[in-house]
Design a protein around this ligand. Structure first.
Ligand SMILES: Cc1cc2nc3c(=O)[nH]c(=O)nc-3n(C[C@H](O)[C@H](O)[C@H](O)COP(=O)(O)OP(=O)(O)OC[C@H]3O[C@@H](n4cnc5c(N)ncnc54)[C@H](O)[C@@H]3O)c2cc1C
Length: 385
């Protein structure tokens, strides 16, 4: 049990979200602005080390803590939740088997709120099949040299380091790749144009070319050959959990605002609010049930993951898929229930729907997750290309 209980952390996060994150959400969406103020406030409050083990100075929370943190932020600003979540995933990957040098270089500044990291796995070539990187890693006498392109890197060009994947030979077995941490100021990194997403507009999910980027001997995470361990024990659970939490938050935000709208929108001809319509009462009740079903599965998945329970794998794989289905359906329905106000360009309902739509697109996509869960349940290999 971590020294600082999760309830205490979440209370502070909720206050910070209301005071700092929520007031900026609309501007971040409209301007496509990276949520710097909110992320710095989170770092200043000590949240940068949420999933870094206590013996390394962090708060020592696991998957359940990460899910709840992203959910709390996602209710107010999906981009902030995603940027924070990707930092947390990157820090969990670094922390998993950090050497003394990696602890000093990355984890200590992360827990002091001075270092932001992020996960950069996707590539233009393999697209949503993020476990098939083509980035080439060449071994040097003292270190490594990288050549390739990473795509859709959340926190792109703003992070202090990037957790990347690569292979030392072409055509490696799926899931067999090395993970390295790349300092953001490494010579040879060139960022593409600004991110212009339909939703998640504050993400700064940009592409980066790496041309002969040279890294020192401390860049490699873990030992050569244990990368499958990273993929299944750290990358997949933390990545999916951060995303599931974010989309639960988006759905909750949409539902809360819709309830408020229905309670205050009053028709002149009847003198009644929309909340008094039996049909709309039924629809709100159904949406609440849908969200709560998804949330229970997601919380169960995170708890199973933290305790290495027997359902951990299918539950974690299903959690992001369930959260994605719930968020897209709920945000879409909420926009309908908010009528013309909801449909207005730049309305909060419009933003929630655009943010939610990223859920099915971001890898592992919903289709892939359902297939992987099925493969696991049927005893078939998860990664078959
Ligand atoms: C907002 C946002 C933030 C992101 N942040 C990050 C990040 O921080 N780090 C990171 O590494 N990546 C990130 N990504 C990348 C993301 O996870 C995906 O890798 C990327 O969106 C894949 O896009 P693509 O067009 O290449 O997909 P494609 O691979 O072209 O897939 C397109 C569609 O085809 C489907 N499909 C693909 N292959 C098959 C198949 N064999 N059978 C059936 N269906 C298939 C997919 O499910 C998908 O629906 C982000 C993406 C977005 C949109």
């Amino acid at each position: 049990m971590p020294a600082r209980p999760l309830d205490d952390v979440l209370l502070e996060l909720q206050e910070l979200a209301l005071a700092t994150v929520a007031p900026q959400a609309q501007r971040i969406d409209q301007a496509g602005e990276w949520p710097e103020t909110s992320l710095r406030a989170l770092q200043k409050a000590g949240m940068g080390g949420l999933v870094v083990p206590e013996e390394k100075g962090g708060l020592g929370h696991g998957l359940y803590g990460l899910m709840r943190a992203c959910e709390t932020l996602g209710q107010h600003c999906a981009s902030t939740a995603m940027c924070y979540g990707m930092h947390a995933v990157g820090s969990a990957v670094i922390a998993a088997k950090a050497t003394r040098e990696q602890t000093q270089l990355y984890l200590e500044p992360i827990v002091r709120g001075r270092h932001l990291t992020t996960l950069a796995l996707s590539e233009p070539g393999s697209g949503s099949h993020f476990y098939l990187p083509e980035m080439r890693i060449e071994r040097l006498a003292r270190g490594y040299r990288l050549d390739g392109t990473k795509s859709f890197v959340t926190n792109g060009s703003h992070a202090d380091s990037y957790v990347m994947s690569g292979v030392s030979e072409a055509g490696a077995t799926p899931g067999v790749f090395s993970m390295l941490v790349v300092p953001g100021d490494s010579p040879g990194m060139e960022w593409s144009a600004e991110w212009q997403g339909s939703g998640m507009r504050g993400n700064s999910s940009r592409n980066v070319d790496l041309r002969g980027v040279e890294l020192g001997p401390h860049a490699l995470l873990g030992e050569e050959g244990e990368q499958a361990w990273y993929v299944f024990n750290v990358v997949t659970p933390f990545f999916l959990t951060a995303m599931a939490g974010t989309y639960l938050g988006v759905a909750q935000g949409a539902l809360d605002e819709t309830r408020q709208h229905l309670q205050t929108r009053r028709h002149a001809h009847s003198g009644q609010t929309l909340a008094q319509s039996a049909l709309l009462q039924h629809r709100i009740g159904s949406l609440w049930g849908m969200l709560e079903r998804a949330r229970r599965l997601c919380y169960y998945a995170a708890e199973q993951g933290d305790s290495h329970g027997p359902d951990a794998m299918p539950a974690i794989l299903s959690s992001k898929a369930e959260a994605a289905d719930a968020a897209v359906t709920i945000a879409n329905e909420c926009l309908t229930l908010a009528g013309g106000i909801g449909y207005a360009r730049g309305s909060r309902f419009d933003r929630h729907l655009r943010d939610a739509r990223a859920a099915h697109v971001m890898a592992p996509t919903t289709d892939l997750l359902r297939t992987w869960a099925g493969r696991w349940l049927l005893g078939e290999p998860l990664l078959s290309g």
